[in-house]
Design a protein around this ligand. Structure first.
Ligand code: GDP
Ligand code: MG
Length: 446
């Protein structure tokens, strides 16, 4: 998986002082793959990689960073900057400072999440800014759409301006503006009809609404699950309308969020909010840095690499290497010490915490807790042995196995399995000459 690939490349780049074409090449390929896996549109990926190559080339690898980590930092920084635009890596705010009512016009394909987002926005503006919000539906093609907006508006305690399918969208909108003015609403959110695909009539209708209403915000709502296809939809809406921002919906799904980068790239408009659920509290301001991590699929990959380094006790590794070099036998004390190392590396579930969510899920399916339980069980078995047994494992025959199993609260077959694993490790140690062992230990640091 990607985390493993990244970790490998980070490792191979260790110990160089400057980013060069040569030492960046593998890493850039991984970044490219990560972006494609995240469903970023191909032309966008090409542009981005070219930009990264330029920016990173010649960059000094400072402090204790490896070139791989330095490049990851550049990628993360540029991706964040690209999506954060002029907002210095922060979420772009809604601009509602006009004479009231501030009008927010929603645009986007059918099913993008416009109506739901109207409800979510109304809730957010009421709760965080104490705004008096009115909503209206210009979706005259589906009576159910008007009823849907009425329902969500009432759920969040905002006011709903009724409309009927026999009115024109322009008449409805004008009526709502007039009502909002007379009743001192701060904000009017205008929901519109979408189509399943880009369609001339829909574009003309929303363009006319935009010209008549002169909204403070014209928000393009787009489904993150569209992936690469988001780029064409975004292009069409951006050409037809003076968009002021984007709402990326359905990020609670398993999309990696590549649409965020594509949409930002073709529209140049800031992503202001993300939809993270069907419920009306499922709207969050957009965080460019979090989205960058999600797209790269890195989670805390750097912390993971560093923890693994810190965890392996080099002294213990060296002691073992010296012992084997001098012809000493690898015994159960050494094996136990190695299990301890594994636990020091954070334990499997701590390591798991640091992985990106999608890998946590995959690892969860592979039953990591089972692996951890087994690690603890093996340690328990070793603790139930006498010092002599640990130093001379060949003494351990049937009756001793029964006693050890009883002491550790496991079955005899668990003892056998543990001893088989030990034998396997001992075999490996025998094959390794001391020099190789040291190398292997260093390799384990990750
Ligand atoms: P519209 O046609 O653009 O008005 O889209 P709707 O608001 O009717 O939403 C279409 C479907 O997407 C509905 O089933 C919504 O519940 C769902 N939906 C909207 N936003 C989100 C979101 O952020 N997460 C999830 N999981 N579903 C969403
Ligand atoms: Mg709708």
């Amino acid at each position: 998986n990607l985390t493993q690939r990244m970790a490998r490349v980070v490792k191979t780049l260790r110990g160089e002082a400057r980013l060069t074409e040569a030492n960046m090449q593998d890493m850039l390929r991984e970044v490219r793959l990560a972006l494609l896996e995240a469903d970023v549109a191909l032309p966008v990926v090409r542009d981005f990689i070219a930009k990264i190559r330029d920016k990173a080339l010649g960059e000094e690898v400072v402090g204790s960073l490896t070139p791989g980590q330095a490049l990851v930092a550049v990628v993360q920084r540029e991706l964040t900057a690209l999506m954060g635009g002029d907002y210095d890596g922060q979420a772009a705010p809604l601009n509602l400072s006009v004479s009231p009512p501030a009008i927010i016009l929603m645009a986007g394909l059918q099913g993008a999440g416009k109506t739901t987002t109207v409800g979510k926005l109304a809730r957010l503006l009421r709760e965080t800014q104490k705004k008096k919000v009115l909503t209206v539906s210009c979706d005259v093609y589906r009576p159910a759409a008007i009823a849907q907006l009425k329902t969500v508006t009432e759920q969040v305690g905002a006011e709903f301006f009724p409309s009927t399918p026999d009115q024109t969208p322009l008449d409805i909108a004008r009526g709502a503006v007039d009502w909002a003015k007379r009743h001192f609403h701060d904000v009017l959110i205008v929901d519109t009809a979408g189509r399943l695909g880009i369609d001339e009539a829909m574009m003309q209708e929303i363009t006319a609404l935009n010209q008549a209403l002169r909204p403070a915000e014209t928000l393009f709502v787009v489904d993150a699950m569209l992936g690469q296809d988001a780029i064409n939809t975004a292009k069409a809406f951006n050409e037809a309308l003076p968009l002021t921002g984007v709402v990326l919906t359905k990020l609670d799904g398993d999309s990696r969020g590549g649409a965020a980068l594509s949409v930002r790239h073709v529209t140049g408009k800031p992503i202001k909010f993300v939809g993270v659920g069907e419920k009306l509290d499922g709207l969050e301001v957009f965080h460019p840095d979090r989205m960058a991590s999600r797209i790269l699929g890195m989670g805390d990959i750097l912390a993971l690499v560093e923890d693994a380094q810190r965890g392996v006790d080099m002294k213990a590794a060296q002691k073992l290497a010296d012992k084997v070099k001098k012809g000493g036998d690898f015994d159960l004390n050494d094996f136990g010490a190695q299990l301890g190392q594994m636990k020091k590396m954070g334990g499997l579930s701590t390591l798991l915490d640091k992985l990106p969510a999608q890998f946590q899920q995959a690892a969860g399916n592979a039953d990591m807790s089972g692996a951890e339980k087994q690690l603890r069980r093996m340690e328990g078995i070793i603790q139930s042995m006498t010092p002599t047994e640990r130093a001379k494992p060949d003494l351990i025959k049937a009756s001793r196995k029964r006693r050890i199993a009883a002491g550790a609260g496991v079955q005899v077959q668990d003892v056998n399995r543990m001893l088989a694993q030990f034998e396997q490790m001992r075999g490996m140690m025998k094959k390794l000459k001391g020099g190789n062992l040291g190398k292997m230990m260093r390799g384990m640091r990750g």
